[in-house]
Design a protein. Structure first.
Length: 284
């Protein structure tokens, strides 16, 4: 599967469709510099990318890498219709065998201006909603004929919807019980960050041993539940320090810190500055 870091989101470049009669071969290409999404509606494409077999039957899809060579493994056995779509990303990406924990970039600014995230898209598979996908691909072709900015904007929106559905098709997060539990734990911590939360309470809420919950969160987020909670509280504190004039003690209490000294210590550890200096930097 592919692992994309966003923003920026991958962007649509162009698309088209082809019909190959029986015996036709897909063009051999190397390092074309864009991702090539192929969606077959009838027949089957038999491809190979650097020795890896990638068959695309009707109702299926595959994504070819921008930096690899691909060729026809064997000609089409019957008339084959398919859509092709080129896209690229200005963000980082990689090919992975399983979902990996995400560690955010080191920030030079203590106030996070852009929140980055990762998502995973399978290399190939069966389309989750075939007819809807075909309709969106057809709509991209209709918009391609229009030269106005509005049409280009709509193309990007349709492409993002397609990408989201392909991500769903992979179903990796849903099929991985550990990642699902980590998401559930994270949601509970975000909802209740203002209150004191113990590992025992987290265990009772989720009905799993705290050690197992910690293992799952390390796999998904690269940190323990306590670290996740502290980081989330710090981000809420940053918002309050910048957007309100509330006293530091009130902010510490509002974000779930038991004592003011612990609040100051955690804030300094995660931001490299004290709450007062942080507020002065962003408020006049």
């Amino acid at each position: 599967m592919f692992r994309f870091t966003s923003p920026p989101m991958p962007h649509y470049i162009t698309s088209g469709q082809d019909v190959y009669p029986a015996g036709e071969r897909h063009a051999d290409r190397s390092g074309i510099g864009v991702f090539d999404l192929l969606v077959t509606t009838r027949g089957c494409l038999y491809l190979e990318e650097d020795g890896r077999e990638l068959n695309v039957p009707a109702g299926g899809f595959t994504i070819l890498r921008p930096d690899r060579s691909h060729r026809t493994a064997k000609p089409c056995e019957e008339e084959t219709h398919f859509h092709w779509l080129h896209f690229q990303t200005l963000g980082s990406w990689s090919e992975v065998t399983e979902r990996e924990p995400y560690a955010g970039p080191a920030l030079s600014m203590p106030y996070m201006q852009i929140e980055t995230f990762v998502f995973h898209v399978p290399r190939s598979g069966e389309l989750p909603a075939k007819e809807t996908t075909y309709e969106r691909l057809e709509e991209l072709l209709r918009l391609k004929a229009a030269a106005d900015t509005g049409a280009r904007f709509k193309q990007q929106g349709i492409f993002q919807q397609l990408l989201y559905r392909l991500q769903e098709e992979g179903g990796t997060a849903a099929k991985d019980a550990q990642l699902a539990l980590a998401d559930e734990a994270a949601a509970f911590l975000r909802r209740n960050y203002r209150e004191p939360i113990s590992y025992k309470e987290l265990s009772e809420q989720l009905h799993f041993h705290p050690n197992y919950i910690a293992l799952c969160m390390k796999k998904a987020f690269g940190c323990t539940p306590l670290d996740y909670l502290t980081r989330y509280r710090i981000e809420q504190e940053k918002q309050l320090l910048i957007h309100t004039g509330e006293p530091f003690g009130a902010i510490a209490e509002a974000t779930g810190f038991v004592t003011f000294s612990y609040f100051v210590r955690c804030f300094g550890k995660h931001t490299g500055t004290r709450p007062k200096a942080f507020r002065q930097r962003f408020r006049t």
